[in-house]
Write a protein that binds this ligand. Structure first.
Ligand code: A2P
Length: 277
């Protein structure tokens, strides 16, 4: 699990995942198709969607329109809560594949643990079966806390390849990152820029000024140097290009620590225990 110069991260089953991807929430089908074409044009190869986003059809349209061979793209989708439970993920993924009009995805995630339904361990066992069919190249989870991951570990030998969580300098999630790293799980950040709110922060803008970079680039680079994958969302071509153009500079240890100190803890998180995006 290392970040390489080619900006991919090796998952625990050997599959290579681009370190930076395109977040697509809350784009609709038309916007997302255009954005996938724009993003791949400036170098993105990872596209992150979910059944719940309602835009898988548009993501599939963009994938076909962009001209990049399918095998050079990395498509993530997420199983919605209504398809949790024993074997239900099989038709759940099939429906996603029909909307995407793809034969397979690269990564399939359980979107939320929904612990009050207590179905995520059964869902995970179904994911193991799906992995064996080749309809996804890797499986993982999203919004799982260490306690949820512990229950998966007790009920299954297969460790999630990825845990996608709300993570940005304001929501630092140190404990989750440490747990994931100790168990060979790649942490991936949703809302990695903190929905733009951190972009005017004084610490971030000072570091950005010193490096001659934008605040967003400093934040994405902070994720990369922590070994975290990030899926920032933008529809704007210049911002898309900037957000992925972070592999030719480095933050110092002092910069990293200054950004780490912006962590406001769980109180700043928006994911709490409700089913959000
Ligand atoms: P836009 O699509 O107009 O670029 P997050 O991924 O953390 O949720 O943040 C996404 C938000 O941040 C979007 O509103 C997006 O708007 C904005 N954004 C994305 N990249 C940048 C950037 N490089 N500079 C400023 N705003 C950005």
């Amino acid at each position: 699990m290392t970040t390489t110069a080619t900006s991919t991260i090796a998952l625990n089953n050997g599959v290579a995942m681009p370190a930076i991807g395109l977040g697509t929430y809350p784009l609709d089908d038309r916007e997302v198709a255009q954005t996938v074409v724009r993003a791949t044009g400036v170098g993105y190869r990872l596209i992150d969607t979910a059944a719940k986003y309602g835009n898988e059809t548009g993501v599939g349209d963009g994938v076909r329109a962009c001209g990049i061979p399918r095998e050079n793209l990395f498509v993530t989708t997420k199983l919605d809560g209504g398809n949790q439970g024993r074997d239900r993920a099989i038709p759940g993924l099939d429906a996603s594949l029909r909307r995407l009009r793809l034969d397979y995805v690269d990564l399939l995630l359980i979107h939320w643990p929904l612990p009050w339904h207590d179905l995520y361990v059964d869902t995970w066992r179904t994911f193991e079966k799906i992995l064996a069919t080749g309809k996804t190249r890797a499986i993982g989870v999203s919004n799982f806390k260490p306690a949820h991951l512990e229950r998966l570990a007790a009920g299954s030998d297969l460790v999630p390849a990825v845990n996608q969580i709300e993570l940005n300098p304001g929501v630092g999630r140190v404990g989750a990152r440490e747990y994931d790293a100790a168990h060979g799980i790649v942490t991936q950040a949703w809302s990695p820029l903190g929905r733009g709110e951190l972009l005017s922060d004084r610490v971030i803008t000072e570091i950005a000024g010193r490096h001659g970079r934008t605040p967003a680039q400093v934040i994405v680079r902070w994720h990369v140097q922590h070994g975290v994958s990030a899926v920032p969302k933008s529809t704007n071509e210049a911002r898309l290009a900037a957000n992925i153009g972070v592999f030719d500079f480095a933050l110092s240890e002092t910069d990293m620590l200054a950004i780490d100190r912006l962590d406001q803890g769980e109180a700043a998180a928006r994911d709490s225990d409700v089913e959000g995006h």
